[in-house]
Design a protein around this ligand. Structure first.
Ligand code: SF4
Ligand code: SF4
Length: 238
């Protein structure tokens, strides 16, 4: 068996371990240098060029899409755990969905929040997003009472609807989304192999209907769709 196929077979366990290790990193070493938005806020406030890690993350995003969201982000790790728990306790085979007419509009909210937080950072001369980031509470970075309350709110909403924060509210996801509108490596359906069973549509935690087209900027590269497809019809390639 080729290494690539071995990797594909254990994709989900490998992803979980990667997410867990990054979560520990963020928890104990604080994650500012890996949080692309935190570093940009710092740049706006202090005009220092502490941007190397951000440039690396943005370059990876240009090539592979939003792998940061699905493999690195500690908030993603928490909210993945929460919706998996919900599926387990409710004995669900597929994650619950938000009505499409609401979902299709709410996905734009995060882009507005990105602009708002950058504006507030500049205008108020403060780390506007870091102060309310649900992770700030856990990492001792800039956690406030507001960030604790937001963490609780998004934990509840994330229990009801998978990755509720990531889909609609995360300005970091929005920033990375802008850089992954046309990534080099794209997730595609091989129409020769696809039997239109729609298992991938129902499995996607951010509610992408793959069979109708894959918006690369909304895909968090979790590859849950790829793992569930019984026809090996999902390709991730240039
Ligand atoms: S799970 Fe695979 S075969 Fe089924 S619709 Fe998706 S890509 Fe096609
Ligand atoms: S389309 Fe596939 S890889 Fe992208 S978020 Fe949905 S399940 Fe994950």
């Amino acid at each position: 068996m080729k290494i690539y196929h071995l990797f594909e077979r254990y994709l989900q366990p490998i992803r979980k371990w990667t997410q867990s290790l990054f979560f520990i990193y963020f928890l104990f070493f604080s994650g500012l240098c890996l949080c692309v938005l935190g570093v940009i806020e710092r740049f706006i406030l202090m005009r220092d060029f502490y941007l190397t890690s951000t440039l690396v993350v943005l370059l990876i995003t240009l090539i592979f899409g939003r792998v940061f969201c699905g493999w690195v982000c500690p908030l993603g790790f928490i909210f993945h755990g929460v919706y998996k728990l919900k599926m387990k306790v409710s004995n669900l085979k597929f994650p619950p969905t938000v009505p499409e007419e609401i979902h299709s509009k709410m996905i734009y909210l995060k882009y507005g929040l990105l602009v708002l937080f950058l504006y507030l950072t500049y205008k108020l001369s403060t780390y506007a997003f870091c102060k309310v980031c649900p992770l700030g509470t856990l990492t001792n970075l800039y956690g406030t009472v507001v960030s604790i309350m937001l963490l609780l709110f998004f934990l509840i909403m994330g229990f009801l609807y998978p990755l509720f924060f990531c889909r609609y509210f995360c300005p970091i996801g929005a920033l990375l989304g802008i850089f992954s509108i046309k990534p080099l490596f794209k997730l595609k359906i091989d129409n020769e192999k696809c039997v239109n069973c729609k298992l991938c549509d129902r499995r996607c935690p951010v509610q992408i209907e793959l069979t109708k087209g894959i918006p690369q900027h909304e895909c968090i590269r979790c590859f849950e769709c790829k793992s569930i497809c019984k026809k090996d019809a999902l390709k991730y390639e240039i």
